[in-house]
Design a protein around this ligand. Structure first.
Ligand SMILES: [Zn+2]
Length: 229
C-alpha cells in the first residue's frame, strides 16, 4: 500500500535527475537511466592500455588498477562527485560504488578480500562529517560482499604547500598517511578505494603503508580518473 502511495506521488511530483533535470523514476537510483548510460567510462584493459596503471606505474607496487569513469572539468562526472563531496549526497556516493563494482570490479573479486578507503584530511572530515571514499567503498562492498576497514588515517604536516614545487607537493602528500589497523591488513589482499585519481599522490601515500604493513596484494580502484593533469 505504501509502495502504491509512493508511486502515485511520484507520478504527480516526479523526482528530478540532478544531471539533466528530467523526470526520474523511483526505480532509477540517483540519476536517470539515460544519464547513467551516457556517463563516460574509463577503459580497464590489462597492461599498457589501462590508463590508471599508466598513471601509477613506478610509484607503487600494485597488482591491478581500475577506474570507473573519465573525469574532466565541467563534465557530468565532476558534477556527480561534487554532489557527493560537498552536498552530502551519501546515497549517490554508495550508488557510484555499486555501479563500479557491478560493471568493473566484481569479475576480479578474487584478487582482494578487504576494502580500504583512502582517508580524508582530518579537518575536512570534521567539517564534512563523512568520507566520500568510505561511501564508495560501502557501495562496492554491498555488491561484492567484502569487509570495509578504515585501516588508514591521514596526518598532515603543518607545512604550507604553496611554497613547494609540484614534486615536493607530491612527496609531501605521499608522506601523510599512516596505517592504524595492522591486523586487518597483514597477509590480506586489499582493494584500496578513492574517489578521483589525479597525480596519484593520495593513492601512493595510502598504498605504501598498506604494503609496508604486510598486505599480500594491492588492487587499486577509483571511481574516476582525471583526463588532464
Ligand atoms: Zn538525467
Amino acid at each position: 500500500m505504501l509502495r502504491l502511495a509512493k508511486d502515485f506521488l511520484a507520478l504527480i511530483f516526479p523526482s528530478r535527475c540532478p544531471l539533466c533535470a528530467g523526470a526520474r523514476l523511483n526505480a532509477e537510483p540517483c540519476i536517470c537511466s539515460k544519464c547513467m548510460v551516457a556517463l563516460p567510462r574509463e577503459l580497464n584493459y590489462q597492461g599498457l592500455h589501462n590508463h590508471t596503471c599508466q598513471r601509477l606505474y613506478g610509484l607503487l607496487k600494485f597488482q591491478r588498477a581500475f577506474s570507473y569513469l573519465q573525469f574532466s572539468k565541467q563534465s557530468s562526472v565532476q558534477r556527480l562527485l561534487h554532489l557527493v563531496k560537498y552536498r552530502g549526497q551519501h546515497q549517490l556516493g554508495r550508488q557510484l560504488g555499486k555501479w563500479f563494482a557491478a560493471e568493473v570490479l566484481r569479475p576480479h573479486s578474487d584478487l582482494y578480500e578487504v576494502i580500504v578507503p583512502v582517508p580524508l584530511h582530518p579537518q575536512r572530515q570534521k567539517l564534512r562529517g563523512y568520507n566520500q571514499s568510505r561511501l564508495i567503498a560501502d557501495g562496492i562492498a554491498s555488491i561484492t560482499g567484502h569487509q570495509v576497514v578504515d585501516a588508514l588515517i591521514r596526518a598532515p604536516k603543518q607545512t604550507t604547500q604553496t611554497s613547494l614545487d609540484r614534486w615536493q607537493r607530491f612527496q609531501n602528500t605521499v608522506s601523510e598517511f599512516r596505517l592504524v589497523e595492522h591486523q586487518a591488513v597483514v597477509n590480506k589482499r586489499i582493494l584500496l578505494v578513492d574517489d578521483v585519481i589525479t597525480t596519484g599522490a593520495t593513492i601512493v601515500g595510502s598504498g605504501l603503508p598498506l604494503v609496508a604493513g604486510g598486505a599480500s596484494n594491492l588492487v587499486i580502484g577509483a571511481v574516476a580518473l582525471t583526463q588532464e593533469r
